[in-house]
Design a protein around this ligand. Structure first.
Ligand code: V07
Length: 267
């Protein structure tokens, strides 16, 4: 059953601690199909509490759990989360080492409930540089949830959009050279098949937490028509209600795809 926001809000009023009952202005239609999130502010969250940065990264996993659950209940089809960028390797080694343990920790804690919730785990990004133990844990989760048809939880890990586009271009040139593809066949749709989001629809909504107003090399091609919602809330503080607020904001906006709205087109 596809649950709309209004229903979800009244359904969960008692279950979400500190949950407010405001938000009756929510339209009950058009839940975004694909939501992408830049989960920023974990380090800042920790610093505010005089904790090491890694404590913020760890806390951020609890937010993933919360948001995955509500996204799935709302009937959102794809949730893409920017967990680690190709640029993040430049961080101090100790932090990188810690971050690379998080997929395993996340999955050993939450994979059972993700399975119960019919969630399908996917990943986009380059696996080669990722430690083997991390790759194994991720591959296992992907394999064990392959047959699920609920929310697709798509982790962007060692992902960078320029890298993704460059590799797509190189693969296309190679396929043309080898006669696998005719250059005249190259359309936007064909190009998309060479990207790491092959098979996934483009995001309808992008959320970035923690107040930075930039894309940081995230899904540059796929975000061409996406609505952007930026919030000052730090990722570990981000909760169900903030997520619903972002969806309300999305629903309020008129989505024009650079053209006319459907009712204007008929005039
Ligand atoms: C990471 C925790 C959440 C806040 C953002 C940065 C830190 C979950 C994963 C993960 C990745 C792949 C997968 C399952 C879980 C993760 C990294 C960092 C590198 F299949 N959280 N999380 N990976 N953070």
């Amino acid at each position: 059953m596809l649950m709309n926001i209004k229903r979800w809000k009244s359904f969960n009023k008692e279950r979400v601690p500190g949950y407010s009952t405001r938000g009756e202005k929510v339209k009950a239609d058009e839940v975004p199909r694909h939501v992408a999130i830049i989960m920023d502010g974990n380090g800042r969250w920790a610093k505010k509490r005089h904790l090491p940065r890694v404590a913020g990264h760890h806390e951020g996993m609890k937010t993933i759990r919360k948001i995955t659950r509500v996204a799935n209940e709302l009937g959102i089809k794809v949730l893409t989360l920017y967990a680690f960028s190709t640029e993040n390797w430049k961080r101090p080694k100790a932090e990188v080492d810690y971050l690379m343990k998080l997929p395993e920790e996340f999955l050993s804690t939450y994979l059972p409930e993700l399975k119960e919730q019919n969630v399908k785990v996917q990943m986009m990004g380059h696996k080669e540089q990722i430690p083997l133990h991390t790759q194994r844990a991720i591959n296992k989760a992907i394999r064990e949830t392959e047959g699920n048809n609920g929310l697709i939880l798509n982790f962007a890990l060692n992902y960078g959009s320029r890298d993704e586009i460059m590799r797509a271009v190189k693969n296309i040139l190679n396929d043309v050279k080898n006669g696998i593809m005719d250059e005249n066949e190259l359309t936007e749709e064909v190009f998309h098949r060479y990207l790491m989001t092959n098979g996934l629809q483009d995001p309808d909504l992008l959320i970035r937490t923690s107040g930075e107003i930039r894309l940081s090399n995230f899904m540059l091609w796929q975000l061409a028509y996406t609505e952007f919602v930026f919030t000052d809330v730090l990722w570990p503080d981000f909760n169900e209600e903030h997520f619903l607020d972002a969806i309300e904001e999305y629903q309020k906006r008129s989505r024009r795809f650079g053209g006319l709205k459907s009712e204007e087109q008929t005039r």
